[in-house]
Design a binder for this molecule. Structure first.
Ligand code: GLN
Length: 538
């Protein structure tokens, strides 16, 4: 079947949730039996978000094939339960880099290289790449930014060209807008929506469907008014009310018949009703918890929870499996010290020490880990969190007071965390870490083995430093066990304490692989331990 293309644009304001609308539509189409994928086009000039501070753009998400991407790809995977790849996230930086490299190679010899056609051709090529794999019947492309932004113009122009090139029934545009509510006059206003559709029209793009974010239900008259002013039919004006959780959005879009409207415009059959049984089961468990637990998320970007998006979502998935409401307490690692740790962490049922880079806040992380170890509080360390657990153990159990990671102290006599040898000569920053999926072999009887219930797993990485094998014997002799290793390189991927209810540190990022239908086993097990801790301390 010729692939169908759906473009999702946004108007009026940013942060309307295009990613969630795109993922929800994809979920509904997938639940009707279609093979769907979603792609995000980001209008910034960074080649990828890997070098961006999380304060700028939230978490950097990592795919199986090692792409450092926008956090929306995490939503796509969590909703669709299907991996994305390098091709699912494209930035202006990547487009220009490709075109400029080709120019230097002489590919355009004699020609003036211009935004139109060279940049737009490259954008169109990237859009069609996923469709041309033959793996998907429908490709949804989310255009980052807001219509009217200077930097989105080449993307909108590329959409215009594709709409012109493709058959009518092979492509459509969904425009997401906001209907602001004026409380003084008690009314929803449609004018910003009209104006943002006009802006799109100025670029030659007529949206087929409008999804209107709103705090209040829209009346029939209002739908008609929006339809009339924006040249769409009234059935194509979709209401998107605020809902308690993003996981409600697919069901809300089903009620609004977004999927049916899309299928009829694309001339695709809508005969099978979507199978959302397991999705609904998840929502029921999520909304009817039997227990409530408090988990401390110790990190240095806690002012911006988007920096830990995948971890927070993994808690929601694993919380539902455990029928537990997870109250995440964000605790700034810089504010934890020996004299306040008991007060800050004393009422937690579990402690997660987050990934990160650089030395800001690491002593607070180490203090938190010592507290978890000594007070039998379930502990889960991810990437930097695992490295800090190794350092804490070296300093406070083995007695190497100067133990450190060479990321923070290059001169320590006990570099228990050290740079991988193949990283030592790398000077460039972008895309040069150990990235993407690697195999990990688990020891029988370990916490990890019990959680996964298998001995070989694949997990995604994003780091430069590793557990230093030189010190492995001393760690083992003192009770910190390596229970997961990479079979090829023998790198330590998991550390665990034996005499503790749940103490595990992982060098990889399990949070990237947690989905609604497949909550991550390590998160499920961690929360199970937290529920047990909570019940035992009552
Ligand atoms: N900074 C550490 C490293 O590069 C950990 C990275 C992380 O937590 N993602 O190895």
């Amino acid at each position: 079947m010729t692939p169908k293309y759906i473009f999702v644009t946004g108007g009026v304001t940013s942060s309307l949730g295009k990613g969630i609308i795109a993922a929800s539509l994809a979920k509904l189409l997938q639940a009707r039996g279609y093979k769907v994928t979603i792609q995000k086009l980001d209008p910034y000039i960074n080649v990828d978000p890997g070098t961006l501070n999380p304060y700028e753009h939230g978490e950097c998400y990592v795919t199986e094939d090692g792409a450092e991407t926008d956090l929306d790809l995490g939503h796509y995977e969590r909703f669709l339960n299907h991996p994305t790849s390098q091709a699912n996230n494209v930035t202006t930086g990547r487009i220009y880099q490709h075109v400029i490299n080709r120019e230097r190679e002489g590919a355009f010899l004699g020609k003036t290289v211009q935004v139109i056609p060279h940049i737009t051709d490259e954008i169109k090529r990237r859009i069609k790449l996923l469709g041309e794999t033959g793996n998907y019947e429908i490709v949804i492309t989310e255009i980052g930014g807001t219509v009217g932004d200077i930097e989105s113009l080449p993307y909108i122009e590329s959409v215009r060209q594709l709409l012109w090139e493709l058959k009518d029934e092979d492509a459509l545009v969904i425009h997401l807008t906001l209907l602001p509510y004026l409380s003084s006059s008690n009314e929803l206003k449609t004018k910003p929506t009209q104006h943002s559709v006009k802006l799109l029209l100025e670029s030659g793009v007529q949206p087929d469907i409008l999804v209107c974010r709103t705090e209040h239900a829209i009346t029939k008259e209002m739908r008609k008014k929006i339809a009339l002013f924006c040249n769409v039919d009234a059935n194509s004006v979709i209401e998107a009310l605020d809902v308690p959780t993003i996981y409600d959005v697919p069901l809300m879009m089903l009620k609004e018949k977004l999927d049916k409207t899309v299928l009829s415009k694309l001339k695709l059959s809508a005969k099978n009703e979507p199978d959302l049984e397991s999705w609904k089961n998840f929502l029921t468990r999520h909304k009817n918890p039997k227990n409530e637990i408090r988990i401390g998320l110790i990190g240095k970007y806690v002012e911006l929870p988007d920096a830990y998006k995948s971890i927070i979502e993994a808690f929601i998935h694993a919380g539902a499996s455990n029928e537990a409401r997870v109250r995440v307490q964000y605790i700034h690692s810089e504010l934890i010290a020996d004299d306040n740790v008991a007060q800050k962490l004393g009422d937690l049922d579990g402690i997660l020490v987050a990934p990160g880079f650089g030395d800001r806040g690491i002593e607070g992380k180490i203090t938190a880990i010592k507290y978890a170890r000594e007070h039998n509080v379930p502990f889960f360390g991810i990437c930097l969190g695992m490295q800090m657990a190794v350092i804490e153990f070296a300093r406070n159990v083995i007695g190497w007071k100067d133990a450190h990671s060479t990321e923070m102290n290059a001169k320590t006599k006990h570099p228990v965390i050290d740079m991988m040898s193949d990283q030592k000569n790398i000077t460039k920053k972008g895309g040069t870490m150990r990235l993407g999926s690697y195999v990990c072999e688990l020891s029988k009887n370990s916490i990890a083995y019990k959680a996964y219930d298998k001995s070989k797993v694949n997990e995604r990485h994003r780091h430069r430093y590793e557990f230093n094998p030189k010190f492995q014997a001393e760690f083992e002799a003192n009770g910190l066990h390596i229970t997961g290793i990479n079979p090829e390189t023998k790198l330590a991927e998991i550390v665990e304490l034996k005499d503790h209810p749940y103490f595990i540190g992982v060098q990889f990022h399990p949070e990237y692989k947690s989905t609604v239908l497949n909550p991550h086993p390590l998160f499920v097990r961690f929360l199970k331990a937290a529920v047990a801790f909570n019940l035992s301390s009552k």
